[in-house]
Design a protein around this ligand. Structure first.
Ligand SMILES: [Zn+2]
Length: 420
């Protein structure tokens, strides 16, 4: 009888790509162990060397060498002295975040937000201005604002880069924005031009995916957090990021996970992408407001979306009316809730995540809509356990998009090295 000789489960084995591989070198095993140590410190800080050695199942001596290397790299530091039952008191290890800074930029249809923060995502400064749609003007204006913010906070020397999130698809190889429909941007370069204008490295990413990265890298105390999850951001559009086994899924051409454009109906309302009946066209802020005001979504175009974004009445206002007993407002958000749940049902059948995180104005009404969302989700989910997939709401004050932009700069130092 054939018996498998390794303990590796077949479902978790990964094929070596013979066209794109990374050869192991003399230092590879130490690189891997150093990253493991760094991530354990991140999750359990403050942590002593002895505790770290225990968690890594290695000797104190070997772990001390790894720790010295991480201190020399400037990614961790030794902090306060702890209590020990007897003998020498241990010093605790911490991730160095407070004096490593990043600029986070969240570009939306209506406003562009700019945040100075440290590597843990902690906000040091925040400002917002009306989004400029002309690309050269956008870059010129943004670089002036960034330089001013860094100067005001004396942060030029400690800022390690700029993370930009946009509502659109980004080619990670070239940094080009492939398509951001509501901004009217196609094949637009922001990354390299902004880097030249500011003299800082720039990373750019789709906003839904960036929220996912923030969830993966900047949430503290989540040592046992989910390894396979989605982040769904419902606002002007629907941004989605999908993580499978700790890795953000990008797909062949960087468009994987665009669940906002799965069709709920073939003859539904027109979507910003040019198609009709997409999930986004049923649950976006504009869709919800259209239900309330009786607008015909199919007759609206990106320009009218921008106009609608500039009107003062928002989904948050609609939620306030619903709480006040306005029957039309209640009907509008409950209809959105039902479509939200139907889409989630399809998503859990496709991706079967541990958990789904959500944010956006409609989720501020979660206590009113959770029942409707769950009912619709369970109608579609193929198993009872899929129907019970945890749905967790991110709070608006956590600014997941800006934290996602910060994660673009802060996260790479924690990522697993690529081998084989
Ligand atoms: Zn669409």
């Amino acid at each position: 009888m054939f018996a498998p000789r390794t303990k590796e489960r077949c479902s978790r084995i990964r094929k070596i790509n013979t066209r794109d591989f990374h050869i192991a070198t003399r230092t590879t095993s130490r690189d891997i162990n150093r990253r493991i140590a760094l991530n354990l410190i991140r999750e359990h800080q403050p942590i002593s060397r002895a505790d770290l050695a225990r968690r890594m199942n290695m000797t104190r001596g070997v772990v001390s060498i790894l720790v010295q290397e991480l201190i020399a790299q400037g990614v961790i530091f030794e902090g306060a002295t702890g209590e020990a039952a007897r003998g020498r008191k241990p010093t605790f290890l911490h991730i160095r975040t407070r004096d490593r800074l990043a600029i986070a930029v969240d570009v939306r249809f209506s406003k562009t937000y700019l945040m100075l923060c440290d590597f843990s995502g902690r906000q040091l400064a925040l400002e917002a201005h009306d989004t400029i749609f002309g690309v050269p003007e956008f870059i010129r204006d943004l670089s002036v604002r960034i330089r001013r913010m860094l100067k005001t906070h004396n942060a030029r020397a400690t800022c390690e880069g700029i993370g930009v999130v946009i509502p659109g698809m980004v080619d990670q190889r070239t940094g080009l924005i492939l398509n951001a429909p509501a901004l009217g941007w196609r094949s637009v370069d922001i990354r390299d031009k902004l880097a030249v204008a500011t003299g800082l490295p720039v990373q750019i990413e789709n906003s839904g995916r960036a929220c996912t990265l923030a969830q993966l890298w900047l949430v503290r105390g989540e040592a046992t957090g989910p390894n396979s999850f989605l982040f769904i951001s419902v606002s002007d559009g629907v941004g989605v990021g999908m993580v499978v086994n700790g890795e953000l899924v990008r797909g062949h051409d960087d468009i994987a996970g665009e669940f906002g454009h799965m069709p709920l109906s073939l003859d539904g309302p027109r979507c910003m992408c040019g198609s009709s009946g997409c999930w986004e066209a049923y649950i976006s802020n504009l869709a919800t407001l259209s239900r309330y005001f009786g607008w015909n979504l199919s007759k609206l175009n990106p320009n009218s979306l921008r106009d609608a974004e500039h009107t003062s009445f928002t989904v948050s206002d609609l939620v306030v009316r619903a709480r006040g007993g306005d029957a039309k407002a209640i009907a509008a958000i409950q209809a959105t809730a039902r479509f939200l749940g139907l889409g989630l049902g399809t998503i859990v059948n496709i991706a079967n995540p541990d958990c789904i995180f959500m944010d956006g104005e409609i989720t501020t009404a979660w206590d009113l809509i959770e029942g409707t969302v769950r009912q619709a989700l369970s109608e579609r989910a193929l198993t009872e356990s899929a129907a019970r997939t945890p749905l967790r709401i991110s709070l608006a004050h956590e600014s997941p998009r800006l934290r996602g932009a910060a994660a673009l700069i802060a996260a790479p130092s924690f990522a697993a090295p690529r081998v084989a």
